[in-house]
Design a protein around this ligand. Structure first.
Ligand code: PLP
Length: 394
């Protein structure tokens, strides 16, 4: 039997590498191999490429080149933000209370960093800010927590720009304004890993002190990312040794990764508006097509507040893992939207925070579209989803 054609609807997990990225990184796999700290021509060539990538990323993020710290992806950028700020704060006030506030729908890269910081660093406390039924941050609750933990004690506020599972975009400008008013000493971090392919970072993340991005969500290579660290933000390094990145991230640079990140960010920025319209239209056709054809399906979040590529649906009476396997057999790649390390069907913390009952969350599937998605992908998915769900329910 021949393989069904590939219908890739898991861009939010990892987007296909863009052709221009492949072309841009190729020289660094072969011809330009020098250490970027080297003083000879090979070193200089690597250094030049690295610094050009930094300038490009900075311009697209609305930052200065010196504010860009290259990392090995989004998880490291988030860890650097959380441990970097809390470590510096704990060092300044040893043993004194230091609070980190994060939204209750953060990716594990932030959620687990905050929890681990509370265990590892003396005096650090982690509190979470609730969300509404659509996953939008409860600003009243944030204000209460900023007020309740006396202002100066809040060291860090971490609120993602857009959620990885349901795609909800957060009111970051309001988060920044509230934090500046109620806890002027606190640093604001935003995980913009999912938002970066769709929103103009120069505006959407403008107020945050720390902004994390990841190349592979943009059509770049895996294992490359960056943290924008605005001037004046106190941050301890997570990885030391070598003094790279102005002592903020030690280790020999991943030159190809930095070039790949810059190229992917530039390519997605250049087509952002057209792609958002085109992909948003495809997403609507997919979501409406499923909602019309398949009974007992709920859409987790308000589509008006969701990124254009995200379509998150809960299929009643269906086990999400079984549905993923059936769809994969039909060539359709989707995911549940959150990794489940235990293998057990635990409801995702994001859906729990949104108040989605465990019985509904059991059937949660994330279809995510992106730069390679086509109308044919949508039609092929529509042709198989209804039947797969009916089979599982029978
Ligand atoms: N933050 C968010 C919102 C994500 O969606 C992801 C990846 O899924 C990450 C962080 C981690 O990024 P990386 O895969 O580059 O480590």
């Amino acid at each position: 039997m021949s393989e069904p054609p590939l219908t890739y609807l898991d861009h939010a997990a990892s987007a296909p590498v863009r052709p221009e990225v492949l072309e841009a990184v190729a020289p660094f796999a072969q011809d330009v191999f020098g250490h970027p700290s080297g003083s000879h021509r090979q070193g200089r060539a690597a250094r030049r490429a690295l610094e050009e990538a930094r300038e490009q990323v900075a311009a697209l993020m609305g930052a200065r080149p010196a504010e860009v710290v290259f990392t090995a992806g989004g998880t490291e950028a988030d860890n650097l933000a959380v441990f970097g700020v809390l470590g510096a704060a704990a060092r300044r006030r040893p043993g004194g209370p230091t609070v980190v506030l994060s939204s209750s729908v953060e990716h594990a890269a932030v959620r687990d960093s905050c929890a681990a910081a509370a265990v590892r660093l003396t005096g650090v406390e982690h509190r979470t800010v609730g969300v509404d039924a659509h996953g939008v941050l409860d600003l009243g609750h944030l204000a209460e927590l900023l007020d309740g933990a006396p202002g100066p004690d809040v060291a860090l506020v971490s609120v993602m720009l857009a959620n990885n599972e349901v795609g909800t975009v957060q009111p970051l400008a309001e988060v920044v304004a509230l934090t500046r008013r109620l806890a002027p000493g606190a640093v604001v971090h935003t995980d913009a890993v999912q938002a970066a392919p769709w929103l103009d970072m120069r505006e959407a993340a403008a107020g945050a002190d720390l902004v994390a991005i990841s190349a592979h969500k943009l059509g770049g290579p895996k294992g490359a990312g960056a943290l924008v660290v605005r001037e004046g933000t106190e941050l301890d390094a997570l990885i030391v040794g070598g003094g790279q990145e102005h002592e903020r991230r030690g280790g020999t640079h991943n030159v190809a990764g930095a070039v790949g990140l810059a190229t992917a960010l530039a390519a997605s920025a250049a087509r952002r508006e057209d792609e958002a319209l085109r992909v948003g239209g495809l997403r609507d056709r997919l979501a409406d097509g499923i909602l019309d054809a398949v009974p007992s399906v709920t859409e987790a979040a308000d589509r008006k507040a969701v990124l254009p590529g995200h379509c998150h649906l809960c299929f009643d009476g269906v086990d999400r893992e079984e549905l993923i396997v059936l769809l994969d057999a039909a060539g359709v790649c989707v995911s549940a939207g959150s990794a489940c390390a235990s293998g057990a069907l635990e409801p995702s913390p994001v859906l729990s925070a949104m108040g989605v009952p465990a019985s509904v969350a059991r059937g949660a599937i994330r279809f995510s579209l992106g730069h390679t998605s086509t109308a044919d992908d949508v039609e092929r998915a529509l042709a198989v989803v209804g039947e797969a769900v009916a089979r599982l329910r029978a």
